[in-house]
Design a protein around this ligand. Structure first.
Ligand SMILES: Nc1ncnc2c1ncn2[C@@H]1O[C@H](COP(=O)(O)OP(=O)(O)OP(=O)(O)O)[C@@H](O)[C@H]1O
Ligand SMILES: [Mg+2]
Length: 220
């Protein structure tokens, strides 16, 4: 469960202060699939970065499964993120010089659990029919395949929450439907999923929709 209370992020640009996210409150229940919609610049990525503990809020609270992220030190936040949150970043975030399997297993590279990681990665790829891509490099994949691999990577640590920032951007309808179905399946297995999008045609998949405009959450 994600609870966001009176969340604000203030930036300074050209000596002017502005709220990229202004006094935003909402919650997403356990196993719910929710979408944040809004035009470019409305504050979606800033909001997600705060929920992931990557950007410090100017004001407000973020509770994930009862733990208050805003009360944690940077180190505690990093540990909490690794254990509880899978973040699919906006855009392409796979490393070009590593295979798909190595990209997915990167966090466990130097750990003794690498074999368990590899097994889980192959199993997750298998579930979405992409197991034959394990030894390929990202440049040999389609945009839709790369996006689904990024979701697999975010799933590796059995997170309680998945954040997916515009996972369907620049994809054709067929691949967008595959990504949405994959995220829906993940939520139906009990993981809380929050995605952002400005493509309204895929909202049939989600349980709830939050609309942002210029940093504010609108009634939707
Ligand atoms: N580090 C920063 N410093 C100053 N301004 C920033 C910073 N990060 C984002 N902004 C500004 O905050 C606003 C919200 O940006 P954000 O990236 O959250 O929007 P978005 O809804 O994700 O847009 P898009 O749909 O294009 O990804 C924009 O006006 C952006 O220029
Ligand atoms: Mg964004």
């Amino acid at each position: 469960m994600i609870i966001v209370k009176n969340l604000t992020k203030n930036f300074v640009r050209n000596t002017q202060r502005f709220d990229a996210v202004h006094d935003v409150s909402f919650h997403v229940k356990e196993g719910e699939f929710a979408a944040v919609i809004g035009h470019s610049g409305s504050g979606k990525t800033t909001l997600f970065n705060m929920i992931a503990g990557l950007t410090k809020p100017t004001a407000g609270k973020i509770l994930i499964h009862g733990s208050d992220l805003t009360q944690m030190s940077d180190k505690q936040q990093a540990t909490f993120r690794n254990q509880n949150i899978g973040y699919v970043l906006q855009g392409q975030s796979l490393l070009n010089n590593f295979t798909i399997l190595d990209n997915i297993c990167m966090p466990a590279y130097f750990s003794s659990t690498i074999d368990i990681f590899r097994e889980r990665a192959l199993q997750l790829l298998n579930e979405i029919g992409l197991e034959e891509l394990a030894k390929e490099y990202p440049s040999n994949l389609s945009g839709g395949e790369m996006r689904r691999v990024s979701i697999v990577r975010a799933m590796m640590n059995h997170p309680k929450v998945i954040l997916a920032d515009e996972p369907t951007s620049n994809l054709d309808p067929e691949n967008s439907h595959k990504v949405m179905q994959m995220l829906k399946d993940i939520s139906q297995k009990g993981t809380t999923v929050l995605l952002s999008t400005h493509e309204l045609e895929y909202l049939d998949y989600v349980d709830s929709v939050f609309k942002m405009s210029k940093g504010n959450l609108m009634d939707s």
